[in-house]
Design a protein around this ligand. Structure first.
Ligand code: MF3
Ligand code: CO
Ligand code: CO
Length: 251
């Protein structure tokens, strides 16, 4: 949990902004018929053309420049030659390294017409992320964030993924603190001013235990719902300020 040096806050802001722009750029190409490998290429080229590095590529052996998690895939989906089809929902998760700092953000995209259930799950995931972000400030705890997320998700009739969560971020991709999507008020780690963290709840339609899969030549795992029902996630990188917070991954 290393605070960002005062003179480097601007760099962290720039990294967040570029991650958001990259995500928006890739999102414009999401449509039936495109492959997730094509989205990977678009992300890769856009990142390089903005003088930045796609953080996932080679990270613990991860083979691609972003994660694409379709339908039942919870996170860390590896782009491949599968074509998106009408009715799919996809999480696109972009992380860039710009001038040594990481910006990490993800969003759901709809392929053509999707079911009301899918829309409801995605809406709940986005709002759950915002409920978590509202808790972020100096002196708040990771438990406060997780409590707010889980309370909201339960009210919406969905389930949070407990095994995977948000993380500190800055010069390092995944730093402490760990930011679970459940917890108890006042528990967990206390947030200090000028650290950055991600809030990235994953919501499942059902309580089915999640399944973990390995990625060849990588220690990163990808995850799927145990019963192949839908999962959704949104992610922002957030700066803890001296009085509250600032969402960095906005365009
Ligand atoms: N962007 C993911 C996160 O939000 C991490 C992806 S790591 C990778 O933490 F290796 F799978 F790319
Ligand atoms: Co993240
Ligand atoms: Co991410």
């Amino acid at each position: 949990m290393t605070p960002i040096a005062a003179q480097d806050i601007r760099l962290m802001e720039k990294a967040g902004q570029l991650a958001a722009q990259t995500l928006a750029h890739v999102g414009r190409f999401v449509k039936a018929g495109i492959t997730t490998d094509e989205l990977n290429r678009i992300c890769h080229d856009f990142t390089l053309s903005n003088k930045a590095i796609p953080a996932p590529l080679g990270y613990h052996g991860f083979p691609k420049s972003l994660c694409t998690s379709v339908n039942a895939c919870i996170c860390h989906g590896v782009p491949d030659d599968t074509k998106l089809k009408d009715g799919d929902i996809i999480n696109v998760d972009v992380t860039v390294i710009k001038d040594g700092y990481h910006g990490d953000t993800s969003s759901m995209f709809f392929v053509g017409d999707v079911s009301d259930k899918a829309k409801d799950l995605c809406d709940a995931a986005q709002n759950a992320m915002m409920r978590g972000i509202e808790e972020v400030g100096p002196g708040a705890t990771t438990g406060d964030i997780g409590f707010a997320i889980n309370k909201y998700v339960t009210k919406r009739g969905f389930w949070v993924v407990r095994e995977i969560g948000g993380h500190g971020i800055g010069k390092v991709f995944h730093d402490d603190p760990w930011v679970p999507s459940y917890g108890k008020k006042g528990k967990g780690e206390k947030l200090k001013p000028w650290i950055c963290l991600t809030v990235e709840p994953m919501l499942n339609e059902t309580a089915a235990p999640i399944k973990e899969f390995s990625i060849p030549n990588s220690s990163i795992k990808w995850y799927e719902t145990g019963d192949k029902t839908l999962s959704a996630q949104y992610e922002h990188t957030v700066l803890v300020t001296d009085s509250g917070h600032q969402v960095l991954t906005l365009v």
